[in-house]
Design a protein around this ligand. Structure first.
Ligand code: BG6
Length: 465
């Protein structure tokens, strides 16, 4: 069968500033929570490798953009680092070196015919603002809006695709729900407040952007995890899956696309005495400033069943898991390295849900990819990693994206995570995701993997057989 994609389909990959750029002496960047946390607790990071050991995009972006071209990109997403652009939020002064760097990146991408997709926030709260409470503090919302406006003013003449956050649920889950990330809290009430402030910050940034009358569009990138009940005939399982979908997907998707929070989740939050502080003015801003374009990160589904034992609240307070059980489906396909289920049809179900329940919002796949440990094993005699598993992974997902398009989905592109192997939060370099290998022990030298050449071929043909 021939899988052809619509003309103008966006092909490329995604990355983020904090995971690729690195910090170099004299570049004027201030600390974000990752830089700080690594200094405090290096043991938290796989092999004690921290955010200072990146693929050095700050220095190597020219070469990297050439490599994007060589691997058939017509678009690329990264993020601006808030702590690089505005090192001291008290003065609000921009760092001229940061402006020069991002200008150069944007201009070089455009010169190569690669559309820059720019994200404003990828888990990287500036440390000075975290000291004031980070997303828990309402004032940080205004600081963020100032930062967003600064970005639009500086780069909005050339960047036509903006995103307010990448995966806003991650700072909630990581920082406030499970204690995985800084500030390592386990406090759902705080998590709800953080989610609310992120949604408000996003809507306010969208309002500013639209008022500036720039010719471009703005959206948000969400990681959507379709939730499947153990038994679709069992009402309690279905209810549990709906609850999980509400908490992890609709709590972010509904305000972004529909302008309000999902009623069932608001009712549950009230019942559990977790309501955030809100104002009617805020809610009006959220209602009036919805997104133009949605980025969908899809990696894995959630399998859910009704709670089998009575609800017990731990001493740490309520956790979502107190209200449902994870269903460990037998014989599911797994990525053994990352421990994530591979369920290709989930990408289609997600797109069809957007079509049917979210006004067929225009969207693109903003991340999808396969993290693999120990890829050196697959190096061939010419020094190239033969990552056929990645080619298969992407192909299998693209078939379902294609199917969704046939059925009317307005999905307009596919970005793989990621271009160069990059540093990734707690996992550091444990799982490699790139089209291009990075040799950390050898000046971060780059080598295109088999999947990179394959992708070039795919994008030249705008599809595959
Ligand atoms: C995505 C994030 O969810 O997952 C990225 O947006 C991250 O920032 C990627 O790097 C892979 O994560 P991990 O933990 O498997 O390395």
């Amino acid at each position: 069968m021939n899988y052809q994609f619509p003309e103008g389909f966006w092909w490329g990959s995604a990355a983020s500033g904090p995971q690729t750029e690195g910090v170099f002496e004299g570049d004027g960047k201030a600390q974000n929570i990752w830089d700080f946390w690594y200094e405090e607790k290096p043991e938290k990071f796989f092999n004690r490798v921290g955010p200072d050991k990146t693929s050095q995009f700050y220095k190597k972006y020219q070469e990297d953009i050439q490599l994007m071209k060589a691997t058939g990109h017509n678009s690329f997403r990264t993020s601006i680092q808030w702590s690089r652009l505005i090192p001291d939020p008290k003065t609000g002064q921009v760092n001229p070196k940061a402006v020069e760097f991002y200008n150069d990146v944007i201009n070089s991408l455009l010169e190569q015919g690669i559309e820059p997709f720019m994200n404003l926030y990828h888990f990287d709260m500036p440390m000075v603002l975290q000291e004031q409470g980070g997303w828990l503090n309402r004032d940080v919302v205004d600081q963020y809006v100032f930062y967003a406006k600064t970005c639009f003013e500086l780069f909005g003449d050339r960047v036509k695709k903006w995103f307010t956050h990448n995966e806003p649920i991650v700072p909630v889950e990581g920082g406030y729900l499970y204690g995985w990330h800084y500030p390592e809290e386990v406090n759902l009430k705080h998590g709800v407040q953080v989610a609310y402030h992120e949604a408000l910050a996003s809507a306010k940034a969208i309002e500013v952007y639209h008022n500036m009358n720039l010719t471009g569009e703005i959206g948000i990138v969400l990681n959507l995890t379709p939730s499947y009940p153990r038994n679709p005939e069992n009402e309690e399982d279905v209810k549990a899956a709906r609850f999980v979908d509400g908490l992890f997907n609709r709590s972010f998707l509904d305000p972004a696309v529909k302008g309000h929070f999902p009623e069932d989740i608001v009712a549950w939050v009230k019942e559990q005495d977790l309501m955030p502080e809100t104002t009617p003015e805020d809610l009006a801003v959220i209602a009036e400033n919805t997104i133009d374009l949605l980025g969908v990160n899809y990696y894995q589904p959630r399998r859910v069943k009704a709670k089998e034992s009575p609800i017990e609240i731990s001493s740490n307070g309520i956790l979502p898991e107190d209200f449902y059980d994870v269903y460990d489906m037998p014989e599911k396909k797994m990525n053994p390295y990352r421990g994530w289920e591979i369920y290709e049809k989930g990408i289609y179900d997600t797109l069809m849900n957007l079509k049917e329940n979210y006004g067929n919002i225009r969207c693109y796949i903003s991340e999808n990819g396969m993290g693999v440990e120990g890829e050196e094993r697959f190096v061939n005699a010419e020094g190239m990693i033969e990552d056929d598993y990645r080619i298969e992974f992407v192909t299998d997902h693209l078939k379902w994206v294609h199917q969704a398009i046939q059925e009317g989905s307005q999905v307009q592109g596919y970005h793989m995570w990621t271009c160069m192997d990059n540093w990734s939060w707690l996992n550091a370099y444990k799982n490699r995701y790139g089209f291009i290998a990075v040799d950390l022990d050898n000046e971060a030298n780059r080598t295109i993997k088999k999947s990179g050449y394959w992708f070039k071929n795919l994008t030249e043909n705008n599809g595959f057989n």
